[in-house]
Design a protein around this ligand. Structure first.
Ligand code: GAF
Length: 391
């Protein structure tokens, strides 16, 4: 989901020294360290994570930074360079699911969850900034959660494996924030590595870093943030997840992951209604598309992933029904202009699309997309590093 510290496109780009001075000006002392965690783009594998399936995100170069110092008096104080409202001060003993308002819910959720897990963290002062576009379906909230969790655990000498850190952040969003998200976004922010897409098998949480260097192949990936978010997005996500779980239950299976691609027709025939059939068809074919993209990348046939991405969009539009007019317009315009492939990315109902193009065509195709949707924000991207300590 998307929320976070706000998005000024220039934020997060300033020097660490200036960021440290900002912390000092706010809290009257020096931070003990500075950490960063990125937003993500999902290349393929949408709405598969909570079906125990496959996903394949990569980290954006855009990231959220946190300058942090420990406290021992039971206070959590958070401040964001991108949000109005000054320092938010919370008493750790008062933290409880559903009680924290505004963007501070994400750091509060992480601290509360760490303490629930038995980690004795008595407080902190944190200053954030971010250049991850908020509301763009690019996981600004996962970046905020993961940077907070990484900083707090490292400062307290807790060496949590990255996947565990991501699970902890997901749990904080499920339980404290109240959003029933899967584990893709937090895992992407915590575990991705530069120049790679991350193949995550959510069942068993097996990971493989798949080399993903488009420039070497004369290709470019554009991110197109439509800057729209339709109001029903949050409730709809939970309904879709519940629909998938109902379909798996109707088939007597633990998850839709367990429907074999070759057995899809038989599974569809066994389902009681058209909605469950649509949801199932998307999840099963999407898992297959992840496998296809991996095989093509492994074979060095990167150009050929384009049609697979486009097929993924059609499935999200027609079967899963999470696209919207603006996303369809971007995808259709890009393809008509000669893009190799295009799809919405993330949860849907607004947010961003990705467009694969020949590098030499990027400028022309970008201009055509912006002519069709002038309010969009468009930028070329590469696979950046996962969360790490800066200072
Ligand atoms: C959102 C969720 F947070 C992810 O867990 C995932 O389900 C995604 O939507 C859809 O693929 O980003």
């Amino acid at each position: 989901t998307d929320a976070g510290t706000g998005a000024r496109t220039d934020a997060g780009a300033g020097s660490e020294a200036a960021f440290e001075i900002a912390f000092k000006n706010i809290y009257g002392r020096a931070p003990e360290g500075i950490w960063a965690a990125p937003g993500r783009v999902n290349l393929i594998g949408e709405h598969t994570d909570y079906n125990d399936g496959y996903v394949m995100p990569f980290a954006l170069p855009h990231r959220t930074r946190a300058a942090v110092a420990r406290r021992d008096d039971g206070l959590l104080r958070v401040h964001s360079a991108d949000m109005d409202g000054g320092v938010v001060e919370l008493r750790i003993d008062d933290l409880a699911p559903g009680t924290t308002r505004g963007w501070a819910v994400y750091p509060a959720a992480v601290l509360w969850t760490l303490r629930q897990a038995g980690h004795d963290i008595a407080g902190a002062d944190i200053h954030y900034d971010s250049n991850v576009p908020v509301g763009g379906g690019l996981s600004s909230s996962a970046a905020l959660q993961v940077v907070t969790a990484l900083a707090l655990t490292e400062l307290h000498g807790l060496d949590l494996p990255r996947q565990e850190l991501a699970l902890l952040c997901q749990s904080s969003e499920n339980t404290y924030v109240g959003a029933p998200v899967g584990v893709m976004d937090q895992t992407a922010s915590a575990c991705c590595t530069e120049g790679h897409a991350l193949h995550l098998d959510v069942r068993g949480l097996g990971q493989r870093q798949v080399p993903f260097d488009l420039a070497a192949q004369g290709l470019q990936l554009l991110v197109v943030d439509t800057r729209v978010k339709h109001a029903h997005a949050d409730g709809a996500y939970g309904e879709l997840r519940a629909g998938c779980e109902a379909a798996a239950a109707a088939l007597g299976l633990p998850a839709l992951r367990d429907v074999d691609f070759d057995g899809l027709d038989a599974a569809l025939a066994a389902l009681p209604d058209e909605r469950l059939r649509r949801l199932t068809r998307h999840v099963v074919t999407e898992n297959r598309r992840v496998e296809e993209v991996i095989a093509l990348l492994d074979a060095g046939r990167t150009r050929e992933i384009g049609p697979v991405l486009t097929a993924g969009h059609a499935s999200l539009r027609d079967d899963f029904r999470v696209s919207c007019a603006e996303l369809d317009l971007v995808v259709d315009t890009a393809l008509a202009a000669g893009a190799l492939g295009a799809r919405m990315t993330g949860g849907g109902f607004g947010g961003s699309a990705i467009v694969l193009v020949d590098a030499g065509e990027a400028e022309r195709i970008s201009a055509e997309i912006l002519r069709a949707l002038p309010t969009a924000r468009l930028f070329p991207t590469t696979a950046g590093p996962g969360a790490h300590r800066l200072v």
